[in-house]
Design a protein. Structure first.
Length: 64
């Protein structure tokens, strides 16, 4: 995936870096890289989703 950043000559470097960071966030490039760092088996992914759902149910019905 390519990120093309257009800027004018003599533009402030801080402003250009800010535009770069925003473009990366909008493209979900970081999420994609983190997603492919480690392989998670489908059964483990399903188990993780079940644990998250159970935790949300616990929070929803817990008495404060």
């Amino acid at each position: 995936m390519k990120l093309i950043l257009k800027y004018q000559e003599g533009e402030d470097i801080d402003k250009v870096l800010k535009m770069y960071r925003q473009k990366i966030e909008l493209s979900d490039l970081i999420k994609e890289v983190k997603k492919h760092q480690e392989y998670i088996k489908p059964s483990q992914r399903q188990r993780n989703n079940f644990i998250k759902a159970r935790y949300k149910q616990f929070l929803k019905y817990s008495i404060d």
